[in-house]
Design a protein around this ligand. Structure first.
Ligand code: PEP
Ligand code: MN
Length: 331
């Protein structure tokens, strides 16, 4: 249930509503909006008896939230969420492009790619220091050394850094270096990591699992938000289907369907969806055309020698073409 405050309700009145909700045995989470604040009640199993809440000063009305995800739902927060990190706004008017290698391999590799993607207009540099690989024998990332390289990339280029945390203890170190913490497809159901991500001050980029429904993705975002972190960016990165022409199948319909029910921004990763660099530009155009708030794209200056995901990494010239192509996604 949502307790909607009057436009002129004071902070003290909002706090009194939260206290009353707590005295009923639930939790109240304030959701400030452009026009008014609403307080979302979570932790209730069934209907909440709202007469005591309606009697409080500053309360306009109560509304039942019908979706299982409460904080993620547009019912709770009708305006789109814009996540501002410095001057970069994710979920605003312009798509934000995040680009870089699959993994940080060396300082020279990361800096070379960062300079190139920045020149083409990327605002965020991607690169994994901790890599959750399907095989235990594959390159697992440089670890903290990789995070230190990412810090140098930010210092030298001014690009923001998105990098992955792979479990609920590893996030302690990742949050010290990252501007945005990525939770990968393999970890979308890792509830201890999701809960821990709810306690960081950094925005979270939450990728959809290979076999996750939209509702499951939104419930994973709800785990993060229910612990207090409202800065969640969703990411569609392709799902498993019987189609065998691409590594995964990019579900572009996820973008309008999520936008219908949720206020959270959503970006698209065409690289892990396609698995081949040849498809990344057309899929990116499609993603922007259907309303994605940004892209997460793999780029490598020497993809033939990349330690991971070389086949799907764009050459820097192709990334330049992509940046031009998405200005006019419809033709
Ligand atoms: C990645 O972004 O490098 C990655 C591992 O992606 P995913 O979790 O979508 O497979
Ligand atoms: Mn990758």
């Amino acid at each position: 249930m949502l307790v909607v405050m009057k436009n002129d309700a004071t902070e003290a009145q909002v706090q009194a509503v939260i206290q009353e909700i707590e005295s009923l045995g639930y939790r109240g989470i304030p959701m400030p909006g452009a026009q008014r604040t609403a307080v979302c009640i979570i932790g209730n199993k069934g209907m909440v008896e709202d007469s005591r809440l309606l009697a409080l000063d500053g309360v306009k009305e109560t509304i039942r939230v019908t979706k299982p995800y409460k904080l993620v739902s547009k019912e709770t927060h009708p305006e789109p969420t814009i996540i501002a990190i410095g001057d970069v706004k994710i979920g605003g008017d312009k798509p934000v492009i995040m680009a870089g290698p699959c993994a940080v391999e060396s300082e020279e590799q990361a800096l070379t790619i960062a300079r190139l993607v920045k020149e083409c207009g990327a605002l965020v540099f991607r690169g994994g220091a901790f890599k959750p690989r399907t095989s235990p024998y594959s390159f697992q990332g440089l670890g903290e050394e990789g995070l230190k390289i990412l810090e140098r990339v930010r210092k030298e280029t001014g690009l923001l850094i998105v990098t992955e945390a792979i479990d609920h203890t590893n996030i302690d170190i990742v949050e010290k270096y990252a501007d945005i913490i990525q939770i990968g497809a393999r970890n979308m159901h890792n509830y201890s990591l999701l809960r821990r991500a709810g306690h960081t001050a950094k925005p979270i980029l939450l990728k959809r699992g290979f076999a996750a429904t939209i509702e499951e993705l939104l419930m994973s975002a709800e785990y993060i938000m229910s612990e207090g972190n409202t800065q969640v960016i969703l990411c569609e990165r392709g799902i498993r289907t019987f189609s065998d022409s691409t590594r995964n199948t990019l579900d572009l319909s996820a973008i309008p369907s999520i936008k219908e029910v949720s206020h959270l921004p959503i970006v698209v990763d065409p690289s892990h969806a396609a698995g081949r660099r040849e498809y990344v530009i057309p899929l990116s155009r499609g993603a922007i055309a259907v309303g994605a708030d940004g892209l997460l794209v793999e780029v490598h200056h020497d993809p033939r020698h990349a330690l991971s995901d070389g086949m799907q990494s764009l050459y820097p010239e192709q990334f330049g073409e992509l940046m031009k192509a998405i200005k006019h996604p419809y033709y």
